[in-house]
Design a protein around this ligand. Structure first.
Ligand code: ATP
Length: 249
């Protein structure tokens, strides 16, 4: 479903990604762990073209991501980029909901504008998704009246409304009060169990260990170790993975 080969990304002289190779199958749930500043977010952002790779190739199915027009950067609505963004859903640390739109409007806007879905159908789908994230009673509320955990669950529903083939989660619980983390992880766990293909950059080691099908340990801009949660957490191969895990567990 997703193929990354020799992915490199530099900011000026600072090479953040130093050759990442990764192949993701449909239905896989991949937890990406590792120290701060090792390129985990940058890798996710390259996959949906929020960042333009310096070198390497990314394929989403049969579509080559980095062959998108290089001038058409993140915020422009180039048709190829729009298409990619409908195939790849992303949820960020900051929820990024539109503050002046209700929960329901936040969710229906994307499908209506970018996929020409009729309003009635978009609302029907949004209500289904709001049930999935246990927010159906908040459809008419505005983001400011919701807790961080509730806003993040709406952000997940909004991404799902585009019917993406793969979902990218970038430290989605890091900005939440500890007591709100569980409700967001529960939604993600349900999604994983429903067969969604997911790449999850996370500091939640229990989620990585219990929910993912594969764990990637990123260090120094490369995937330093990967395997099943059992392999990475219990039969750790590399010293630097061991060191990282002992610092966070
Ligand atoms: N737009 C940018 N311009 C310049 N440098 C950047 C930019 N985005 C990221 N970086 C740098 O790239 C490096 C990797 O950042 P990235 O956010 O990918 O790391 P990370 O592994 O996700 O870390 P964290 O767990 O702290 O979020 C950092 O040194 C960061 O300062």
């Amino acid at each position: 479903m997703l193929q990354i080969q020799g992915l490199r990304k530099s900011y000026g002289n600072h090479e953040v990604l130093k050759g990442v190779d990764l192949s993701v199958n449909k239905g896989e749930v991949i937890a990406v762990i590792g120290p701060s500043g090792t390129g985990k977010s940058t890798m996710l952002r390259c996959i949906n073209f929020l960042e333009e790779p310096t070198a390497g190739s990314i394929w989403l199915g049969d579509e080559k991501v980095e062959s998108l027009p290089s001038k058409a950067k993140a915020r422009t609505y180039h048709p190829q980029i729009t298409r990619l963004r409908t195939r790849v859903g992303m949820v960020f640390q900051q929820f990024n909901l539109w503050p002046h739109k209700s929960v329901l409007e936040n969710i229906i806007e994307g499908p209506m504008l970018l996929k020409n879905v009729a309003k009635e159908e978009a609302i029907k789908k949004a209500k289904y998704l709001l049930e999935l994230v246990k927010m159906v009673d908040k459809a008419d509320k505005y983001p400011a009246s919701l807790s961080g955990g509730q806003q993040q669950r709406v952000a997940i529903a909004r991404a799902l409304a585009m019917e993406p083939e793969v979902m990218l989660f970038d430290e989605v619980t890091s900005a939440l009060d500890p007591q709100l983390v569980g409700e967001v992880l529960e939604v993600m766990t349900n999604l994983a169990q429903a067969g969604m293909t997911m790449l999850v950059v996370t500091h939640e080691m229990k989620f990585a260990e219990n929910v993912s099908s594969r764990v990637l340990f990123m260090d120094g801009g490369v995937i330093a170790e990967q395997g099943t949660p059992q392999q990475v957490f219990r039969n750790t191969e590399h010293e630097r993975t061991r060191k990282f895990l002992s610092s966070v567990l």
